[in-house]
Design a protein around this ligand. Structure first.
Ligand code: C5P
Length: 209
């Protein structure tokens, strides 16, 4: 059976990952995989670390979306894929990859997954996680310091230079493509439960979990 592909978009720090995880937890473990658009950041080993730090990672061009689209086509055909691994500390793709087998449900998660038609058209259900900018910014500061090896000054500089303008230019307007908007992300149990019920309805007994 063709996989059901669910897109989860929303600004950086909106709670997309938590929403995706809650959906996974509610389904049988062998039935679902998460593909992060972030894993498909282009490998810019051609420039220095200092130059990489200055790149605009919030523009659609910074991602190899064409590879993600190819991977979704392969999963549809029943083939396994090798998802790249990305290192946010070095801004480079890691040498190894992650093998992902086809599953009845695939979640595709990322700030820009609704922006390009070639990816958007692959998504059977489009969920936008809508969280206020102040909450998103605090979450991002904490996450980037704790997990991505950043300083407060670098986070602030990047936020004003690229994250905020690209959010306003690409991410926020992409909300218009959503089928479902979930306010406040992972804390919205009712919104998430509705989506889980819909997946079970569309995938039937397979997803009874
Ligand atoms: O997990 P989240 O949705 O926040 O990931 C997307 C963010 O990762 C983007 O807003 C982008 O600024 C950031 N990013 C980064 N450094 C990279 C690649 C992405 O800060 N090398």
């Amino acid at each position: 059976m063709r996989p059901l592909i669910i897109g989860v978009a929303g600004g950086s720090g909106s709670g997309k990952t938590t929403v995706a995880r809650r959906i996974v937890e509610a389904l049988p473990p062998a039935g679902v995989n998460i593909l992060e658009h972030d894993a498909y950041y282009r490998d810019r080993g051609d420039i220095s670390y200092e130059e990489r730090c200055g790149l605009n990672f919030d523009h659609p061009e910074s991602l190899e979306t064409e590879l993600l689209v190819e991977h979704l086509a392969a999963l549809r055909e029943g083939a396994a894929i090798d998802v790249p691994r990305y290192d946010f500390k070095t801004h480079r793709r890691a040498p190894d990859s992650r093998r992902v087998a086809p599953t009845p449900v695939v979640i595709v998660e990322g700030i820009l997954v609704f922006v390009e038609a070639k990816l958007r058209d692959q998504l059977d259900i489009k969920i936008y996680v809508d969280t206020d900018a102040d909450i998103r910014a605090f979450r991002r500061i904490r996450r980037d310091i704790e997990h991505r090896g950043r300083t407060f000054d670098s986070i602030r500089e990047q936020y004003y230079r690229t994250v905020r303008p690209m959010h306003l230019m690409f991410v926020e307007p992409s909300k218009r493509w959503a089928d479902v908007i979930i306010p406040e992300g992972g804390d919205n149990k009712i919104g998430i439960d509705l989506v889980i019920a819909l997946i079970r309805q569309m995938r039937g007994a397979e997803m009874a979990g």
